[in-house]
Design a protein around this ligand. Structure first.
Ligand code: ATP
Ligand code: MG
Length: 277
C-alpha cells in the first residue's frame, strides 16, 4: 500500500491505538529513506511549479492547503522547514496560528483562518489551524461546550465551501509518544540554540494528554470527511513523518492532473520577432 493510502484515517480508528513509532507504507530504515526523500522532494517541487504555472498562464483557480496539527514538539516546524522548504517559496503561503490576539478574539474563530487561505495556484500551509478551536479550546473549555460542540459541523461546512472553490485540503495529524515528546522537550532545554523553541506551558499541555487524546479522537471522528479526510502520521521518527507528508502532498497534486500550460502566443512569430529585436 502507498504511504498516503496507509495513513488515511478510517472511521472507527482509535487515537489510543496509534503506533507513533511505526512507518506505514515504508519498509526501509532512515538511511534507506534519505535518497527516496531527495527524489520525492524533487517530484513535489516539480508538481508545485506546475500548479503555479497553470494559475499564471491558464488562470487555473485551484490550490492546496496543508493543515498541520500535533502536540508540542510533534515536528510541525520540521515539516515546514524540510518538506515545504523543498518547493519554491514564491508559491507558498505559510501561516502559524498561535493564541488568538485581542483583535482575533473579537471576531468569529474562522475570521483569521479565512484571511490566511492560499491564493489560487499556491500551496497554503497552516501550522496549527481552525482545529485549535476544537482542541486546546475544548481541553481548557475556553468557550462553553455547546459553543465548541457546534464547531465540528461548522468546520465541515467551511471546508466543503473551500473544496467546492477548488482547494484540495491535505489534513495531517502528527502523533508522537509521550516519551518522545519528553525527549524532544529535554533537548530543547539542553541546547541553547533551541531555547527559543521551548515554552514552559508545553509541560502543562503535556499533563493534559488524556484530555487531548479525547479531543483529537472527536476531531478525527467528526471532521474526517470524504472531501477533506484526515491523515494520521506517526511522528516519533522524524525522517518518516517528513517523507509521509511529502507523499501526501504529491498524491494531492497528482490527482489534479497538471501539465505544462500551452503558450497563448504564436511561438514561431515570437521567435522571429525576438531575432529581429
Ligand atoms: P511547537 O510545536 O514547536 O511548540 P507551537 O505551534 O506550539 O510550536 P507556539 O507559538 O509555541 O507554537 O504555540 C502556539 C500556542 O497557541 C499553542 O499552545 C496553541 O495551542 C495555541 N493556540 C493556537 N490557536 C489557539 C486558539 N484558537 N485558542 C487558544 N490557543 C490557541
Ligand atoms: Mg509550542
Amino acid at each position: 500500500m502507498s504511504i498516503a493510502a496507509a495513513l488515511r484515517f478510517n472511521p472507527g480508528d482509535k487515537v489510543a491505538d496509534i503506533d507513533t513509532n511505526a512507518t506505514p507504507g515504508f519498509d526501509g530504515s532512515k538511511s534507506d529513506a534519505a535518497p527516496v526523500q531527495a527524489e520525492r522532494s524533487e517530484r513535489l517541487a516539480h508538481l508545485q511549479e506546475l500548479l503555479f504555472a497553470n494559475n499564471k498562464a491558464a488562470d487555473d483557480q485551484r490550490s492546496v492547503l496543508l493543515v498541520l496539527q500535533g502536540m508540542d514538539a510533534a515536528g510541525k516546524g520540521g515539516i515546514v522547514k524540510h518538506v515545504v522548504g523543498a518547493v519554491n517559496p514564491m508559491g507558498v503561503r505559510y501561516t502559524s496560528f498561535g493564541k488568538p490576539t485581542e483583535e482575533e478574539l473579537a471576531h468569529h474563530y474562522l475570521w483569521r483562518i479565512r484571511r490566511a487561505l492560499p491564493p489560487a495556484g499556491h500551496i497554503g500551509v497552516f501550522d496549527r489551524s481552525h482545529y485549535e478551536d476544537v482542541l486546546i479550546v475544548r481541553v481548557h473549555n475556553l468557550v462553553p461546550p455547546d459553543v465548541w460542540g457546534a464547531r465540528y459541523d461548522e468546520i465541515n461546512a467551511f471546508e466543503r465551501e473551500l473544496v467546492d472553490g477548488g482547494m484540495t485540503l491535505v489534513k495531517v495529524a502528527m502523533f508522537i509518544s509521550l516519551d518522545e515528546q519528553k525527549k524532544q522537550l529535554a533537548e530543547r532545554l539542553d541546547d541553547p540554540t533551541k531555547h527559543w523553541k521551548y515554552n514552559p506551558g508545553d509541560i502543562d499541555e503535556r499533563l493534559q494528554w488524556p484530555k487531548y487524546q479525547e479531543a483529537y479522537q472527536a476531531m478525527l471522528d467528526r471532521t474526517s470527511t470524504d472531501y477533506a479526510p484526515w491523515h494520521v502520521v506517526p511522528s516519533d521518527r522524524r525522517w518518516y513523518s517528513r517523507l509521509a507528508v511529502t507523499e501526501l502532498l504529491i498524491t494531492a497534486l497528482e490527482a489534479m492532473d497538471l501539465s505544462w500550460p500551452p503558450a497563448d502566443f504564436d511561438i514561431k512569430a515570437e521567435k522571429k520577432r525576438l531575432a529581429k529585436a
